[in-house]
Design a protein around this ligand. Sequence first.
Ligand code: DCP
Ligand code: MG
Length: 443
Amino acid sequence: MKTIFHLDMDAFFVSVEELFDPSLKGKPVVVGGRPDQRGVVSAASYAARQFGVHSAMPLRTAYKHCPQAVFVEGHPTRYRDYSHKVHQVLQSFSPVVEMASIDEAYLDLTGSERLHGPPFQAAHKLHAAIKAQTGLNCSIGVATSRLVAKIGSDQAKPNGIIWIIPGMESRFLAPLDVRRVPGIGKVMEKNLHAVGIRKVGDLARLEESFLEQRFGKWGLALAGKAKGLDAGGWFDSEIGGDEDPKSISHEHTFDQDTADRDQLQSTLAHLSEMVGRRLREHNLWARTVQLKLRYTDFSTFTRAHTLAEATQLDTVLMAESRLLFQRNWTRKPVRLVGVQASALEAAPGQMNLLDQATHERWTKALSAADKLRDRFGESAVSLAAGMRGRFRERVHESAKGAVRAPKRARNTRVNAADGSSVLRVSTGSPMGLPGKKPSAPDK
Ligand code: DCP
Ligand code: MG
């Protein structure tokens, strides 16, 4: 039997802001941008949540709900630093840690009783260590599966710990709304409601065969989940088993919809650069480049192209996304553009000798550019085509990766909230595990 911890930071971006400006404490605070901007809320303080404000809500709606809130643009670099600090505390606590997003992690503490004591005591120790070393509050769920630990930490919020004693999983889950189960989204919830299933307990009472008949493979996974098992998709893997992302993407929402070809192309170029940079950071090469266009009426178009050889070069990504754009843009005004790299591999494609020389020159140039960006900020260097498409970067990064080898890469991605340019390193959950994560305004 396993002892799994799921730890999730409380109101993460807001809490980091509070460390730097204690006057924000206790106030309704919204991180994400100004109330008149088009983006979405990244994080809301608990005080703001009382007014109905939540992550992914348009900033303007947040303002309507809570005009007295303090709106801050946010500091992605700080969030990354603090995420890193949290990770370090966790690593000093257990060797089996997997960051599942910028502010949450799973730890496998099976067999650690001699070192840390019984599970609940260990959780207290960890809770205190996080507070002492980062100044931040978190919540921890302890259970025999990742699924129950994750649902547990959510129930423990804010600033709490919950231990679901082995054998009590079904009893703990039964009274909860089905929506609390990671992977059950709005659509699935509606489908379940339609057949009278509202609580996890309702789900647990049903025959597996009924669920399978009705919802296929997903139905079987649901039956397992209702019992508190790590059934299906992403939850199946071992903690810390995979560390690389499945896809890397950047998106940008324009302040005003645009049909200006130059503006669109230069934005795409810049997004390609950002994607290229993350690929190099993760030491990954992409076989597939995907373009995303969202028009004024929110209709969303995606088209992907698979390359003959995997790449991590900005120039290749730029050329591909540009081609996809030129072939597919309807000339109608665009609200959002995005570039995604997927089918990620741990080694570059095979190149002929001539290409290889060019490739090496570019790789050198780009890694020099990356170093400059590390030192002087994201906007320090840009290929000419990307220059005009500069905008503030919003980070959306999930540290949890997924796949070691390309063949295991599942073709999935986390949906970006419709915020300004969003960087997202997706974890790829075939079951649609909430694509929670980071997204933050840059400074
Ligand atoms: N985030 C984001 N966009 C989203 C969801 C989250 O930018 N749609 C960012 C901001 C959050 C951070 O990720 O602070 C962590 O997400 P959580 O869902 O864990 O939310 P919080 O930590 O803010 O609150 P909670 O206490 O409910 O965990
Ligand atoms: Mg959190």
